[in-house]
Write a protein of this length. Sequence first.
Length: 143
Amino acid sequence: MRGEGLAVVGRLKDIVIIRGAKHHPEDIEAAATRAHPALSATAAAFAVPQDGAEALVVVQEVRRGHQADPALDLAAQAVTAAICEGFGVRPFEVVLVRPGTLPRTTSNKIRRGACRAAHLAGELARCPVTKTDHLSFSGGSDG
């Protein structure tokens, strides 16, 4: 405390709450990064507003050399499947981005808030993904 003011220092809560269930983004990100060999170890999971509720978005970096892989839709499907299986939640969107493009702190931690803001502003460096008929990666449902 300084003078008469109170300074609160700490991180904003990153917990993702979907349909009343709390999920730690680190756990979702770990599942996403292990879902397919074309994916790097860097991901960000966060909630966005969708139809009056919160929806899960996963932004996942692709390994170098895989950005133009025509089968990247399989990697996005694998992320969706891993999260559905591990957490009982279907991501609203899985966004695959170029390597090294997720915002980071000076200590190399992912800045989820900045990722969320970039996603909502349409500013992420997306990799081209061929969308499949049975799964939507740019606006699917959570059920």
